[in-house]
Design a protein around this ligand. Structure first.
Ligand code: F6P
Length: 304
């Protein structure tokens, strides 16, 4: 997100546009918590995870009174347009706000889950996947040396994208995601079959929205009588040094967002698709994203 902020500020300043950074998302608009950002305000942040503007979920923005206060702040400062960096929740709020006040807003898709409809890739997803992959590689050393089964829980509340990418890239034996019915019996059967033929270690990735690693590991132990351990990667995936890919995407989307807002586009998110910047209506972006999980899952199982 910091790379996106850097690009938005510097590209806007380059076009002689003044920029105000809003602290803590919608809460900052409601409470008039903003600061002018110039070229130098965003120095030295490109390599930092998170956001210098801070963020948070804001219930008050769901209320008419909260939205009215946010609109009053925008008017008080004579602000002409807004760029929102965030995921589904932020875009849904921006869309509601647009419908009510017709205030121009462009979204930059940022979510480690990569779960925004119509958008190929979101900022942060590559970084989170690489962090989780590093952990899986480390866990595999113990899994192989001590001949154990591991169930590794990654983030992904409604979407198995991180789990699938990590399972494929980490050479994992199975993956459990919210988009597929949990087939624990089949997993145990595969484990036992493998065990009989001399396969002694397994890594099974589970997306948090599909089940808890601790419960799944317990059930696998009960069913197979093989030592199974659970690891929860948790928020380690939401921070840290952004990858080159995440930075590149954030910087380019930041520039595209400024250009689209200045051209008069509104109520849309920017995305990078087949070498081009496209706009996706917020109304589309906030719908449930469907990915071809079956094809992905099949490949993971073929490669096991
Ligand atoms: O929506 C992105 C996400 O990283 C989910 O994968 C995860 O469930 C959630 O955010 C974590 O949010 P919090 O830190 O508020 O629990």
């Amino acid at each position: 997100m910091n790379a996106a902020i850097r690009a938005v500020v510097r590209c806007a300043v380059n076009k002689k546009v003044e920029v105000l950074g809003v602290f803590r998302g919608w809460r900052g608009l409601i409470n008039d918590d903003m600061k002018e950002l110039g070229h130098r305000s965003v120095s030295g942040i490109i390599n930092q995870g998170g956001t210098i503007l801070k963020t948070g979920r804001c219930r008050q923005f769901h209320t008419e009174a909260g939205q009215a206060r946010a609109y009053a702040t925008l008017k008080r400062h004579a602000i002409d347009g807004m760029i929102v960096i965030g995921g589904n929740g932020s875009f849904a709020a921006a869309h509601r706000f647009y419908k009510k006040y017709k205030f121009p807003c462009i979204g930059i898709p940022a979510s480690i889950d990569n779960d925004i409809n119509g958008i190929n890739l979101t900022i942060g997803s590559d970084t989170a996947i690489n962090t989780a992959l590093g952990a899986i590689d480390n866990i595999r050393d113990t899994a192989t040396s001590m001949e154990r089964i591991f169930v590794v829980e990654v983030m992904g509340r409604d979407c198995g994208y991180i789990a699938l990418a990590v399972a494929l890239g980490g050479g994992c034996e199975d993956v459990i995601i919210p988009e597929r019915k949990l087939a624990l019996r089949a997993i145990c059967r595969d484990v036992l079959k493998g065990y009989k033929s001399g396969k002694m270690s397994w890594i099974i990735v589970v997306a948090e929205g599909a089940g808890r690693a601790v419960d799944i590991a317990k059930k696998i132990t009960q069913c197979t009588h093989l030592e199974t351990r659970a690891v929860v990667l948790g928020h380690v995936q939401r921070g840290g040094r952004p990858t080159a890919f995440s930075r590149d995407l954030a910087l380019k989307l930041g520039q595209a967002a400024v250009e689209k807002l200045l051209k008069g586009e509104k109520d849309k998110a920017v995305a990078f698709h087949q070498d081009k910047f496209i706009s996706v209506d917020f109304a589309v972006a906030i719908k449930r994203k469907r990915i071809n999980v079956d094809q992905w899952y099949k490949l993971i199982k073929i490669l096991t």
